[in-house]
Design a protein around this ligand. Structure first.
Ligand code: ATP
Length: 367
């Protein structure tokens, strides 16, 4: 039977467990041996107890559990050839020739690097007697399938990533909670949300909660002018009788000169210019935790089924597939095209090509 493994890597998110569960159970239903690799690439490099054969019961109850129960890690060793050599040896020794990786763009890049040098890793393992001739022949090709688990929704070639919707739900709950106390005390709140260099969580949370203002990296306001803009809006809304002011800031928010827009600076402006009693709340890791929302459970499940199908259908001449979700359908396309397109957003922001950055983000922002 076919043997494949699944691992989760990079920052965790709600929905990784449903993804692992579905890959394990669909794989078993298709007659495969399915392995879970614990602690991300570190487990792959270290082998032994970190590579475990999964059975139907191993993933019982995982649909509603946040985070990733097989663990995740950032692994420096996997960035080295020595580390990847050890990873290859561990896969061969377990009879695994296919790997599903659920992580961010860094994890998926690492997976593709691993696949592209697989031939030379196998040759080196053979020449140093770490594997047999027969193993080298049987494991001449590695299949990689990528799917994205990220609260940031920062991946191109997919409308939404596993975990982003759950994160957004959590942020909305928190902003709503802050809203009631803000109204009671007639206060202003600057709420900073995660998202790295992507403004999706901030933007969607602002729409979903009716925030007064939002700062995102892809559409920076003119340096030296945003101060006036927020005061105008806050003042206008107060004049209309609003008793609270809520400003949402993406952690990667920038002005047009690419200076970070800091929550404390916004607070000082509102305090000094409008005399508002202003507080800063940084939501932090609370956005990552908690039970996955229904959408993420379904997204993770349907994408994992597609990932297992991709494992079963893959041939050595095909590029590594990337499982996405576009226009309400699970999709499959070349993994490295998706990664390259994702890097173009950061490049566009860096070059101050903000319209282009927004255009590249368009599928995420309009889904
Ligand atoms: P997040 O979006 O949550 O940050 P990510 O997958 O982008 O997730 P990274 O820290 O960039 O997170 O990558 C996770 C792991 O993937 C790294 O610790 C490393 O082990 C592996 N990795 C990343 N880039 C490479 C690379 N170029 N070559 C080999 N391995 C890599």
């Amino acid at each position: 039977p076919k043997s494949f493994a699944i691992l989760t890597s990079g920052g965790d998110c709600s929905g990784m467990n449903p993804a692992v569960r579905a890959a394990v159970r669909y794989g078993i239903a298709k007659g495969c041996n399915v392995y879970g690799i614990y602690e991300g690439y570190q487990g792959l490099v270290d082998g032994g107890k970190y590579i475990r054969k999964m059975d139907w019961k191993s993933v019982r109850g995982w649909l509603s559990v946040g985070g990733t129960s097989i663990g995740t890690a950032r692994c420096m060793a996997f960035k080295t050839r020595e580390g990847r050599l050890s990873a290859a040896e561990n896969l061969v020794k377990h009879g695994i020739d296919s790997l599903i990786v659920c992580g961010g763009d860094g994890s998926l890049t690492g997976a593709d690097v691993f696949r592209s040098e697989w031939g030379s890793l196998i040759a080196e393992l053979l020449s140093t007697d770490r594997i047999t001739d027969q193993q080298a022949k049987t494991f001449s090709h590695l299949t990689i399938v990528g799917m994205v688990g990220s609260i940031d929704n920062d991946m191109a070639s997919t409308d939404i990533t596993i975990g982003a919707a759950s994160c957004l739900h959590r942020v909305c709950e928190m902003v709503d909670s802050i809203g009631t106390t803000a109204s009671s005390h007639s206060r202003a709140f600057v709420i900073e949300v995660m998202g790295r260099d992507c403004g999706w969580v901030a933007m969607m949370a602002a729409i979903a909660t009716g925030a007064d203002f939002v700062f995102i990296p892809e559409q920076p306001l003119a340096a030296g002018e945003w101060q006036e803009a927020i005061c105008d809006v806050a003042h206008r809304h107060r004049e209309m009788g609003k008793r609270k002011t809520v400003i949402i800031v993406a952690e990667g928010a920038l002005d047009s000169s690419l200076n970070p827009v800091k929550s404390e600076d916004i607070k000082n402006i509102l305090t000094e210019r409008l005399g508002l009693d202003t507080r800063v709340t940084i939501l932090g890791h609370i956005q990552r935790g908690g039970t996955p929302c229904a959408f993420d459970r379904i997204l993770a499940t349907t994408q994992s089924v597609a990932a297992v199908e991709a494992v079963l259908q893959s041939t050595p001449d095909m590029p590594s597939p990337f499982i996405g979700y576009v226009n309400n359908k699970v999709t499959s396309g070349p993994l490295m095209d998706a990664v390259a397109l994702t890097h173009q957003v950061a490049d566009a922001i860096h070059k101050k090509e903000f319209d282009r950055a927004m255009q590249l983000r368009d599928p995420q922002f309009r889904q």
